[in-house]
Design a binder for this molecule. Structure first.
Ligand SMILES: *Cc1c(COP(=O)(O)O)cnc(C)c1O
Length: 374
């Protein structure tokens, strides 16, 4: 595989320029990911896909007792996460109704508040086994206060897991120092690692000696894996969750992308991101009537990443989307009214944003006219 050299990876294998050994292709991605998520050595592993990993992590971390059997999650969670949580509580013979607690935005609002989440943790605290939330909401672009929520939950004896599918590579994270118990993400969103690509997990070092409930031969330490011994010599930390041979194809896509990330830092990316999304937000507020379109994403820079979600209340958002697409704009539509726009700091600039807003205005005028002639 033709991949240029990276800062020397760790471990027992040295990487020759242009090569990525199959046997350690996943481990080669760990260092880059540790930097992106703020993890210590041993806390990150690369394996499977996201939904599989949520299930695997919960199998080990969600061990309900009579007193603590609930999972707290958020209204508006990604469907896959909801389905996983439902299947997990059923696996333990609980009903969804009694075991899943959902925090919702207040009446008529789209966003959650940290206060409401912490309030729910306080209310149900003694009965919660795991708090499992999406760090960056896929629909609204709201970035939750992971540090505060994690602390509030841990204070009440809950374990805390985060789905960071839309946060990794988008906003700076400090999972280790925030005390997060476990987290997971996919590499096909902000990590540009390709659809169906390798998922990633974070398991805090305080759990490094607890063996996952389910293991396979890839959970075995590399040094002894090929001894093919009768009993497993399980790896420490996140790597123990790996069961199966990683895909070198998908690992190399992720590895190549992480090399691009390694030329900068999440702080630098975040700095540019705040300028770009801030500029987009400003232009949208200047050029659009709030009666027609509102930016749903929090305006406060620390509560969002690059994604802005626009809510069209008077126009057919599918039509807006189609007209944008036909003009070469890549964005995403979530009916009834949401259009998601995400200027990537890795390759977008101010001029892209100015052009986008110009085209969006033109498209909205067309849509407005279409409606009035109907
Ligand atoms: C994309 C996404 C998923 C789905 O990931 P898979 O890799 O297909 O399992 C799950 N949860 C969230 C929050 C996502 O954004």
């Amino acid at each position: 595989m033709n991949i240029s050299p990276n800062p020397q990876p760790r471990g027992s294998h040295t990487y020759v320029e242009g090569s990525l050994p199959v046997i350690t292709c996943d481990e080669a991605c760990e260092e880059g990911l540790e930097k992106l998520v703020g993890a210590s050595v041993g806390e990150v592993a690369v394996l499977n896909g996201l939904s599989v990993n949520i299930n695997l992590l919960l199998l080990s971390f969600y061990r309900p007792t009579q007193a603590r059997f609930r999972i707290l999650f958020e209204d508006g969670a990604f469907p896959s996460d909801r389905y996983v949580l439902q299947s997990q509580v059923k696996l333990h013979d609980h009903t969804v109704q009694e075991a899943l607690i959902k925090v919702s935005p207040r009446q008529g609002e789209f966003l959650l508040t940290t206060e409401d989440i912490i309030e729910a943790i306080k209310t149900y605290g003694e009965s919660i086994s795991v708090v499992f939330l999406g760090g960056m909401n896929f629909r609204t672009g709201q970035f939750l206060d992971i540090a505060r929520i994690t602390e509030a939950a841990r204070t009440r004896g809950c374990l805390v897991g985060w789905d960071l599918a839309h946060a990794v590579g988008n906003v700076p994270l400090q999972l280790h120092s925030w005390g997060v118990d476990f987290a997971c993400w996919c590499s096909n969103k902000y990590l540009c690692g390709g659809a169906g690509g390798m998922g990633g997990i974070f398991v805090h070092n305080r759990h490094q000696d607890s063996t996952p409930l389910l293991v396979g031969w890839w959970s075995n330490k590399l040094e002894t894996r090929f001894n093919m011994a009768e009993t497993i010599d399980v790896s420490k930390g996140a790597r123990a969750f790996r069961m199966t041979t990683p895909s070198p194809w998908h690992s190399s896509l992720l590895y190549a992308s992480l090399q691009i990330f390694s030329r900068t830092s999440m702080n630098e990316i975040s700095r540019k991101q705040r300028f770009l999304s801030g500029y987009l937000d400003l232009l949208l507020r200047l050029h659009f009537d709030p009666e027609q379109m509102q930016v749903v994403t929090p305006q406060e820079p620390s509560q969002r990443g690059s994604l802005l979600t626009l809510n069209f209340t008077k126009m057919d958002v599918r039509q807006v989307y189609q007209l944008l697409e036909s003009r070469g704009i890549v964005c995403d539509v979530r009916p009834p009214g949401f259009l998601r726009v995400s200027p990537s700091p890795l390759y977008c600039n101010f001029e892209d944003i100015r052009r986008f807003v110009h085209i969006l205005k033109e498209v909205c005028m067309l849509c407005g006219r279409c409606r009035s002639t109907e």
